[in-house]
Design a protein around this ligand. Sequence first.
Ligand SMILES: [Zn+2]
Length: 142
Amino acid sequence: MTLEKVSIREMQRAGKQELPVEENYEFEDLPTKGPVYTVALVELDSTGLTVSGRFHATVEEPCDRCYEPYEREIRESFEEDFVFNHYIEADRPGEVELNEEDFYEVIDPEGELDLKDLIRQLIVMGMQQDRLCSRETCDIPA
Ligand SMILES: [Zn+2]
C-alpha cells in the first residue's frame, strides 16, 4: 500500500518525531510518465512539522514553441514547513507572530499531511519551467 497521507495524530500518539517515507506515486491527473519516485522525511516538533526530501518525475507535455510533445525529467529537492493551526489562531501576546500569508503553511495537528498532494503541487510548479523542447526543428515556425 502506498503511503499518501501522514497522520499527525498517529505520529504523536506513537511518540514518533520522524517518519521516513519512500514511495512511487502515480498521478492520473498529471502528464507524468510512470511513477514519481519520492523520498521524504517528516519531522514533528511541538509547534508544527517539516517535510523535506526529493522526487524524480518524468513528464510529457507539448512544447510551448513547436507544440510537439516532448519528455523531460523534473528532479527537485524540497523542504516545507507547516505550523499547527492553534499557534496561528490563539491570541498569544508577546510570542512570535506568525501570519498565515507567510511562507509557513498551516496544518491541523489532528489531521493529516497529504504528502502526495504536496508532491503534485511541486511537480505542477516544476512543469512551469523549461517548457521548450530542444529539438533542432523547434525553431522552424510551422
Ligand atoms: Zn519545441
